[in-house]
Ligand binder design. Structure first.
Ligand code: TUI
Length: 312
């Protein structure tokens, strides 16, 4: 399936992997790229030299394009922004903020820039600033989220901008991909399903929580602090939401989530860890390789779309 996104990014399938903190490292990113999607290394809060090392490791095992996600709240964002330009990364996605100040440097380095947005206003602003595409991410997503659902955000963003739109949030199979295309998207970003793939280095306990999760098993913590984060419900989310309802301070709440993602991903601590995942966790029931998952998703989507290439 060729779309504006496969052509823009020089990839086979219009599937890009979410830039998930701790999860999206070089093993996963290179596996997704080798399977014909766009793998992404998630810089999250990591230092710039860690990101440089990850980029070099990915280059050793794939000659396909891959990207780096820059989490704009990171204290290292300025240095990471320079590293991606120095290392000749082909695509940058950004999250949790406004990447305007880096745009000129990235464009001069020939990087395709794809900000993740959660609103129409931000999508329009990014187009004006020279973005090559946007990811419109609905509130169904895991991790740091906006308020609007994918079903209503994606068509509104498609109406508002002329650059290609990639849909994200709640997409975990070919039905989601086909539906996103019907809303006007030219591709999808998938996070949660990639967490449980065979190539993902995430602790098995975390994978099992996603595999077992049902439709109603995620919670959003941190609405009161302005940084809402979706994860699978556990002791940590229960405690957090209780404290949040009681009006606990930002510092007190932060104590509960500090280091929580590392506890989940590396230590497999499913009680106090931050098991970030989207509402699509209820749709994720199998541990495929990245290649199996991408092939299965494409086959299902193409069947549903009647094998007609609606984006031609
Ligand atoms: O960034 C994400 N998802 C994330 S980042 C993250 S890292 C983290 N780690 C530990 C605790 C908390 C966070 C985990 N998940 N998704 C992309 C995204 N970007 N969603 C929403 C936005 C967004 C929000 C506001 C994009 C732009 C924006 O604009 C703000 C502005 O400056 O106008």
């Amino acid at each position: 399936m060729k779309t504006d996104i496969t052509r823009l990014l020089n990839i086979e399938y219009p599937i890009i992997q979410g830039g998930m903190a701790w999860v999206a490292e070089w093993h996963l990113a290179s596996a997704v790229s080798n399977a014909g999607g766009l793998g992404i290394i998630g810089a999250a809060n990591a230092p710039a030299e860690w990101v440089r090392d990850q980029i070099r490791k990915a280059k050793e095992v794939t000659d396909k394009p891959f990207g780096v996600n820059i989490m704009l709240m990171s204290p290292h964002a300025d240095e990471v922004a320079k590293v991606v330009a120095e290392e000749g990364v082909k695509v940058v996605t950004t999250g949790a903020g406004n990447p305007e100040k880096y745009m000129e440097m990235w464009k001069n380095a020939g990087i395709k820039v794809i900000p993740v947005v959660a609103s129409v206003a931000m999508a329009k602003r990014m187009e004006k600033m020279g973005a090559d595409a946007v990811v419109a991410e609905g509130t169904e997503s895991g991790g740091h989220i906006g308020e609007t659902t994918t079903l209503v955000l994606v068509p509104q963003v498609c109406d508002a901008v002329n650059i290609p739109v990639i849909a994200a949030g709640g997409i975990a199979d070919g039905r989601g991909l086909a539906a996103a295309m019907m809303l006007g998207a030219k591709g999808v970003q998938i996070g949660t399903h990639f967490v449980v793939t065979k190539e993902s280095i995430v602790h098995q306990n975390y994978k099992d929580c996603i595999l077992k999760a049902k439709d109603i098993d995620t919670r959003v913590c941190g609405r009161s602090t302005g940084h809402p984060v979706r994860s699978i419900r556990n002791d940590m989310t229960r405690e957090y939401l209780k404290k949040e309802a009681e009006g606990a301070s930002f510092e007190e709440l932060e104590m509960l989530t500090l280091g929580g993602l590392k506890r989940a991903v590396i230590d497999g601590d499913t009680k106090t860890g931050s098991l970030m995942a989207g509402q699509s966790a209820g749709l994720v029931n199998n541990e495929y390789t990245c290649e199996e998952f991408i092939k299965k998703t494409m086959e299902q989507a193409e069947k549903l779309l009647g094998k007609c290439d609606i984006n031609e």
